[in-house]
Design a protein around this ligand. Structure first.
Ligand code: HEC
Ligand code: HEC
Length: 299
């Protein structure tokens, strides 16, 4: 009978495959064994300090008293403290001062973006780009003005512009002449309006709200600001009411804007946001003023 171990005297287990592949009984390297014992020690140490073993009512506590929720709360408290610093400064400064402080402005914009999404985007679009029937806030074409003072006024108290219906004040031909004039004005940046159109514009009272040059400014102030009643700029080719063009202009002239007893009237209501009727604090409104001012041209 052959020797059951073809490599006698060697440090093997006696298991041999394919004639010469043996399983040896060498101990693992010393560094490996040290690591092995150390990891056991580490587990013991860890389980003394931190919650580790599942017991009846949750894991053991651990000497350090650490819990995930505690760590989360501490992190949150650190963020709140940082935030409070910014919020206090926003409370103390005006919107113009915030705009002049790059760090504070950045914080304010980030914070206002959420407010804008929750309160304004449904009508004005998520980037203030406007929606059919709702004005664009991301340009420098302003109905009421884009200064921080005007924006504060708009968001605080809301806006509801008025334009009378002209169905009984003008003849069909006059309405058509004016509507063609409006389209020509829009298409040419205000240069192409007919003489007949300008005459009606001045004699039928349009000028009182839309201004001498039909740009929606009743009085231009030396500082670049203007006084107006929210009438649309008829020169700039930006249509306030969809789809724009001849029929659209005709409709607005015939039925006006926000005329309660005229069912076809255009509707243009910007809600008031200040508490108690509205839902935004003075602090939130200040942030939104900074935000909207940064979207548009600011005038
Ligand atoms: C229900 C729809 C609606 C919501 C919500 C709304 N707006 Fe308006 N907003 C309007 C309409 C309509 C107008 C135009 C009013 C007019 O023509 O008189 C307007 C006008 C404005 C203007 C004046 C633009 C100009 O050209 O002068 C500003 C600024 C403005 N909104 C900001 C906001 C902000 C900021 C919010 C969120 C806090 C908001 N709006 C929420 C409908 C809305
Ligand atoms: C009492 C003030 C007032 C008078 C008078 C007035 N408008 Fe207006 N007009 C407005 C206001 C306010 C708006 C709407 C602005 C808004 O809500 O966006 C408007 C909007 C318009 C629009 C819509 C523009 C667009 O982009 O869709 C046209 C067109 C227009 N007016 C033409 C006229 C003409 C022509 C007359 C004279 C027959 C006239 N308006 C008289 C205040 C007035």
């Amino acid at each position: 009978m052959a020797d059951p171990n073809p490599f006698p005297g060697e440090n093997n287990t006696g298991h041999v495959w394919d004639d010469n592949i043996r399983e040896l009984k060498n101990p693992p390297p010393r560094w490996w064994m040290q690591g092995f014992w150390l990891s056991i020690l580490w587990v013991i140490g860890y389980s003394i300090l931190y919650p580790t073993w599942p017991l009846g009512e949750g894991p053991n506590r651990g000497l350090l008293g650490w819990t995930q929720i505690k760590e989360y709360e501490q992190g949150l408290a650190r963020i709140e403290a940082k935030r409070a610093e910014f919020e206090d400064r926003i409370r103390d400064l005006s919107a113009d001062q915030i705009l002049a402080d790059p760090g504070l402005k950045q914080y304010t914009l980030a914070s206002a973006k959420v407010l804008f999404g929750d309160n304004c985007a449904a009508c004005h679009g998520s980037g203030g780009q406007g929606n059919p029937g709702y004005p664009v806030l991301a340009d420098d074409d302003w109905l009421y003005g884009g200064t921080t003072a005007k924006l504060t006024e708009t968001i605080t108290g809301g806006r509801q512009s008025l334009m009378p219906a002209h169905q009984t004040m003008l003849t069909e031909a006059e309405v058509d002449t004016l509507a063609h004039w409006v389209v020509a004005m829009a298409e040419t940046g205000g240069e192409g309006g007919s003489e007949a159109g300008w005459n009606l514009f001045r004699s039928k009272g349009c000028v009182a709200c839309h201004g001498q040059t039909a740009n929606g400014h009743v009085v231009d102030l030396p500082n670049g600001d203007f006084i107006g009643v929210g009438a649309a700029n008829l020169r700039d080719g930006i249509w306030r009411f969809e789809p724009g063009g001849f029929e659209s202009a005709r409709h607005t002239i015939l039925y006006g804007v926000n005329q309660k007893d005229v069912p076809e009237s255009r509707s243009a209501v910007m809600p008031a946001f200040a508490q108690p009727a509205g839902k935004l604090s003075a602090q939130d409104i200040k942030k939104l003023v900074v935000y909207v001012h940064s979207l548009g041209g600011g005038r």
